[in-house]
Structures are given as structure tokens and as C-alpha cells.
Write a protein that binds this ligand. Sequence first.
Ligand code: CP
Ligand code: NVA
Length: 308
Amino acid sequence: MKHFLDIHKTDPSDLRHMINDARAMKTARAGRPKGMPDDELPLAGHMVALIFEKPSTRTRVSFDVGVRQMGGETMVLSGTDLQLGHGETIADTARVLSRYVDLIMIRTFEEDVLLEMAEHATVPVINGLTNRTHPCQIMADVMTFEEHRGPIAGKKVVWTGDGNNVCASFLHAAGQFGFDLTFTGPETLDPERGFIEEARARGAKVEIVRDPVRAVARADLVVTDTWVSMHDSQSTKERRHNQLRGYQVNEELMSHAKPDALFMHCLPAHREDEATSAVMDGPNSVIFDEAENRLHAQKAILRWCLGV
Ligand code: CP
Ligand code: NVA
């Protein structure tokens, strides 16, 4: 059973295979209308359940379109539609869904829900974001970086702001793809220590630099994300804004990175908070390529999981 639960749980050679496959599939259908099927239909006859216990634009639409382009069928389910939201256990839900569908993608809150789903499902399970990680996003981000700048190995990536779930998957990717990661943000919002140690154990250079200007020096890529994630209490908003204001990605901060440093944000963004529109819409921003590449990267993840 090949689940795609996290980047650090997936073999680096498989991750590389998926990035290559994503690029090949993207090239093969360049210029086609989005609803036109691919030449190859590896998911023909396959039914995929897409479960969302949190809102989503990119994950939801890109998985749905990607499955259909490869000839499969999808079923989009919200947590409240399912008995899961009304007391049925995750284990029973996993066993039942496995009798109807060939793969389950789930976006949820607690990581334990994902892990329990994977433990009891008899079909592959894909992590579409939990409170702790967001691996599909970072597969698209690695693909995007390499399209623009070549191999990511040995490059310097700087994460600025909240050390959240997307940051965690960047740390996992640093270990698996061999790039350096500098985190800059307030100490209270540091990424989990274990994620940092794991990336270091795999040979990645991981640094924490509190001063954002010093942090971005020689950066090849500057990344940020929302200051308040979906699982964070809205009551933290004001405090977060006060803590993080100095970590905004603006043109001044970008001027301290390499002149060709790319800017990424997984979106959705709060413009003028974590990043200014001048940067988000500027010449070094690749935010919409990242969004597009969710489609191609996830198609490769689906094929890898299903072995098709
Ligand atoms: N980046 C991302 O996962 O976006 P959605 O929340 O819209 O799916
Ligand atoms: N960190 C954000 C990412 C959204 C795609 C969140 O979890 O809300």
C-alpha cells in the first residue's frame, strides 16, 4: 500500500520520480483545454474520494480536475456530509470507503485522523493538509522552483513568519531534496523542534535567524504563508499580527535576497499582511505557477499511489 502521508515518509527516489512525472505530464498537455483528457488515461475506472474537513480552493479543484484529466471519477465530500462528522469512527469510515473507492484524499485537522485513516484503509490515502503538514503543496513548490531555476539541491530557501504546517513540509523537503532552509520569525512561532532535527539528520543545513534582513541574505527563494492558519483560533489574530509585522515580505526585504530570488506563497494570502502586492505580483513571484503545479504534482502523486 503506497500512502502519500508526508514528504519525510516517502523515499527520495520516489519523490524525484513524481516530480519528473509531473513535469512530463504538464509538458504533454501544454495548451490543451483543461477539460480535455490526457492522451494516456491511467486512472480510467478509478473512483477517488476527496474529503474536506476544512475549506479549500486549490486542493479541491486541482485534485478534482487532475483525476478527471487522467480518466478517473471523483466524489467530493465534506466532513459534515459524512457520518464521520457525527460520531462514526475514523477506522470504520476508512474500512467502508475502501469498499467503494480506489483512493482517499483527506484534508483534516488533527494528524491522527489522517494516520488512523491510513492505518485502516485498504486503499491509498493522500494527505491534503493537516494542522501539522501540507506535503502536496511542497511537491508543487519544488517542481515550481526547478522549472524556474533548475535543481533545488544546495539552494538556500528562507521561510519567514509562522513556522506552520506548510513550513513543516518545507523542512521535510529540505532533508529529502537536499536544500538549506533558514527560518526567520518570532521564537514563539518556531517550527517544531523535531522537524528541524529530522531535516538536519538527513544532511540539510537548517538555521534560525531572528533578524529577517540577515536571514534572507543570499536567499534563492523566499517563502511565507498566512499568519493565522485555518486551525488557529481567530482570537490569536491581533497578537500574531503584532508579532509578525516585522516579518512581512515586502520589496525592501526582497532587496536583501539574491537579485533573482523567487517569491512563493501557497495561497490563500492576506495581501499587505504577510506579503505586499508589490512582491506577490512582482517579477520574481511564482505564486500562480505554484497553484497551477498543484494539479500536475498531484497527478503524479495519484499515479504513484495507485501504481498506474
Ligand atoms: N494552498 C492550498 O492548499 O490552498 P487551498 O486551501 O485553497 O486548497
Ligand atoms: N497554513 C495554512 C495553509 C493553507 C493552504 C492553513 O493551514 O490554513
